[in-house]
Design a protein around this ligand. Structure first.
Ligand code: TRP
Length: 333
């Protein structure tokens, strides 16, 4: 029996990269027989950098709406909010006693986010991976689908579980395996093929949002940066052509085929021919998600009820695990 847990931070700017890199894989995993899936909205991780309170609440809901609109079925998977399950924070403190400072200091995400001013970074940002370990271990998850950038955190979660088991002579905490569902597509900016597609890029034309309608998607692809050459015959011909490579990557990811397959169909063709095909494909996959999200956000009572139910179910999993960890550690409770 597989127990799968994953999550992303709530944001009001979910984009194509979030869909292709995370949610679409989660849908595939949900449809595997014998898999039990928990998909979380990591609002407690989001506040490791300053957040506007109102937008955080709204983004939390909108992210849940995106999960559902992307095809995660709330009757099969548990779509829940991290902060609604207090056991995550409680277990985090217990695990913090087993997380080494030296290892936390080596986390590349911390180094990137803290920047030059690490002295001023908050404790939350530093302890971020420990909370993530708690998220996973509190469900005794066996498998965790994550992108490349989160693999180091997952490795730390495995180490923390091992340290706990050794220190308390038990095998209670499960060391989770990373799940890499095919090569994660690196979706880059539509305006600069060397930059990751990002919610924080200033121009909205750099990304396809999960809330974009058909016209917006078509316009962004029409205006996407390219070069003057036709498409090459093989992947090698995409080297040093970051924008061409990005559009081919997006096509391949959306169609769920390899880049070479895309090139087999379009070699020698100009972008004036490739872009409309890409646009049709993107519109057919993304526009329905946007429409469903909008529907869910217009009357939030449905989504709030689904979350309330799933939060209860998540608590039912997490509370007994936390209690057992406390018992093993001799915590008075
Ligand atoms: N840190 C992850 C990210 O930013 C989100 C996350 C939080 C997560 N807790 C998790 C992912 C537990 C997998 C498992 O993408």
């Amino acid at each position: 029996m597989k127990r799968i847990l994953s999550g992303i931070q709530p944001t009001n700017r979910l984009h194509l990269g979030n869909y292709l890199g995370a949610m679409r894989n989660w849908v595939k995993l949900q449809n595997e027989p014998g898999a039990e899936c928990l998909y979380m909205i990591a609002d407690l991780h989001a506040i490791t950098v300053p957040q506007d309170p109102e937008s955080l609440t709204r983004s939390t809901r909108e992210t849940a709406a995106a999960y559902i609109a992307a095809g995660i079925d709330p009757s099969r998977s548990i779509i829940f909010v991290q902060s609604a399950v207090p056991a995550h924070s409680q277990l985090m403190w217990l695990l913090a006693t087993m997380a080494q400072l030296g290892k936390l200091e080596r986390m590349t995400q911390f180094k990137d986010k803290a920047g030059k001013n690490a002295e001023r970074a908050g404790l939350g940002l530093f302890a971020y991976p420990v909370l993530m370990a708690a998220d996973i271990l509190v469900y005794q998850a066996t498998h965790v689908p994550v992108g490349e950038d989160q693999k180091q955190h997952l490795e730390l979660a495995r180490e923390i579980a091992a340290t706990f088991n050794t220190r308390y002579k038990t095998d209670f905490l499960i060391q989770p395996e990373p799940v890499i569902t095919g090569p994660a597509p690196r979706v880059m900016s539509l305006r600069d093929g060397t930059q990751k597609m990002s919610k924080s890029a200033e121009s909205d034309m750099t990304r396809i949002n999960l809330t974009d309608d058909a016209d917006a998607i078509a316009q962004k692809i029409r205006k996407a940066k390219t070069d003057a050459e036709p498409l090459p015959e093989s992947e090698k011909g995409l080297e040093n052509r970051p924008e061409a490579k990005n559009l081919v990557t997006i096509y391949a990811a959306l169609a769920d085929i390899s880049r070479q397959d895309v090139l087999n169909d379009f070699a020698g063709k100009q972008f004036s021919e490739f872009k409309p095909a890409l646009s049709d494909l993107a519109v057919s996959q993304i526009a329905p998600i946007a429409a469903r999200m909008q529907e869910l956000m217009t009357d939030v009572s449905e989504i709030d009820a689904l979350l309330a139910n799933a939060n209860d179910r998540a608590n039912n999993y997490a509370i007994p695990v936390l209690s057992e960890v406390e018992r093993i550690m001799g915590i008075w409770k």
